[in-house]
Design a protein around this ligand. Structure first.
Ligand SMILES: Nc1nc2c(ncn2[C@@H]2O[C@H](COP(=O)(O)OP(=O)(O)OP(=O)(O)O)[C@@H](O)[C@H]2O)c(=O)[nH]1
Ligand SMILES: [Mg+2]
Length: 377
């Protein structure tokens, strides 16, 4: 298939997925499944809007905001030695850099990019208070990776319990791809492993790039390679253990995951060196940072693979909703069956009762007749 044919067949698939979303919406409306109906509508809108969302996820201080800054080639996202990001920060393309806050009460507040630390961080209690009112910060910036409707989303550290549940429930389902930032000094902690296994779904490994950040802190080149291989093995083991637990080692799902897990994309990286190298125009530092192979992979994901990835999320939603619809229909069928059984039982009891009453009445009538007859004799 050449590129034109591929595109036509891709467009056909988009139309098909769109039709399925519309059909599902109709069914969920009839069944009063309003949450699912809303989710389907959101994905249908997104599919027609052609935006592609890449989320940067990871625990506190892994360097997520710095990774974004390295892609923007400028220190835009607030970053600090202390846990910093308190809100979801979306980078979207615009030639003229500016920012706006979407507040929780629905209002939109335009701000200067230099004001971001005042509204999106938790570096002081006052900052945190202001950030609590912010639903999302949008940073408009001429970032080459954000062309063609790509948004890059910075998230607060996953170990923040309150925000973690919001991220997992609200943000992850909307992401088309994920960059998971881990570090060499805490190689794939238990909570990261659990997060990847349970929240990002094993079947979606193909939409995941791992960055082993702060690799500049390791001096020996051979150690850098060893640490990356070690983290790769940990990710693979943790995913395969989960697959064995859920589906069993002889399942088709386990075999599929084994193939995917073999192709996990994981890169040694130094966000700080990449940022500094770009800001200072230092090609040696840029090369040393490991950003070139990572950016190549990211570009590949945002262009060639984008079509398939863009469809993967709504297809997952369709599958999930289909299961929900089947369950709802079955539950309601059971309920109807129950009520008809109940009805039969009541009807039977009622008939028996009616019979008893009739019999009693007949007896009574007989007795009364006898009494009358006796009295007339
Ligand atoms: N040595 C080194 N330090 C880094 C690198 N990337 C980030 N850092 C430092 O790590 C600290 C945390 O970086 P952030 O980018 O704020 O980390 P984060 O993951 O966004 O943190 P939260 O927003 O709190 O979740 C800062 O002091 C950064 O300068 C790196 O590649 N190498
Ligand atoms: Mg941050």
């Amino acid at each position: 298939m050449n590129r034109d044919e591929q595109y036509t067949s891709y467009q056909g698939m988009v139309a098909q997925v769109n039709t399925s979303l519309v059909q599902m919406e109709e069914i969920t409306e009839r069944l009063d499944l309003s949450e699912s109906q809303k989710t389907l509508a959101k994905h249908r809108k997104k599919l027609s809007g052609h935006t592609f969302a890449v989320g940067i996820l990871g625990e506190f201080r892994r360097g997520k905001s710095t990774v974004i800054n390295s892609l923007l080639e400028k220190e835009i996202m607030p970053s600090d030695i202390l846990p910093t990001s308190a809100t979801m920060n979306r980078v979207t393309y615009d030639l003229k850099p500016h920012a706006e806050l979407i507040l929780r009460d629905g209002t939109i507040k335009p701000i200067g990019i230099e004001e971001l630390p005042r509204y999106v961080t938790k570096l002081s209690p006052e900052d945190e208070e202001r950030a609590a009112l912010v639903e999302e910060a949008i940073v408009y910036y001429p970032c080459k990776f954000c062309q063609n409707g790509v948004d890059i989303i910075d998230t607060p550290g996953l170990n923040d319990d309150d925000r973690m549940s919001r991220i997992t429930e609200e943000v992850i389902p909307k992401l088309d791809a994920v960059i998971m930032v881990v570090t060499h000094d805490s190689p794939f902690s238990m909570s990261e492993a659990e997060f990847v296994r349970s929240k990002l779904m094993t079947s979606d490994l193909s939409r995941l790039i791992f960055l082993v950040n702060k690799i500049d802190m390791i001096r020996k080149a051979s150690d850098k390679e060893r640490i990356v291989q070690d983290i790769k093995r940990r990710v693979q083991k943790s995913v395969m253990d989960k697959m064995a637990e859920v589906y069993g080692e002889n399942s088709r799902e386990y075999e599929d995951a084994k193939l995917k897990v073999g192709q996990i994309r994981i890169y040694p990286f130094s966000a700080l060196d990449a940022l500094e190298g770009k800001m200072e125009g230092d090609p040696e530092l840029i090369a040393k940072s490991g950003t070139l192979p990572f950016e190549e992979e990211l570009t590949h994901m945002l262009t060639e693979e984008r079509g398939a990835l863009e469809l993967r999320v709504p297809i997952n939603v369709i599958e999930k909703t289909a299961i929900e619809i089947a369950k709802t229909v079955e539950t309601r069928r059971q309920a109807l069956k129950l009520s008809s059984e109940e009805f039969e039982r009541c009807q039977k009891a009622l008939l028996t009762q009616l019979n008893d009453i009739r019999q009693q009445k007949t007896e009574e009538k007989k007795t009364a007749a006898n009494c009358c007859n006796g009295s007339t004799k």
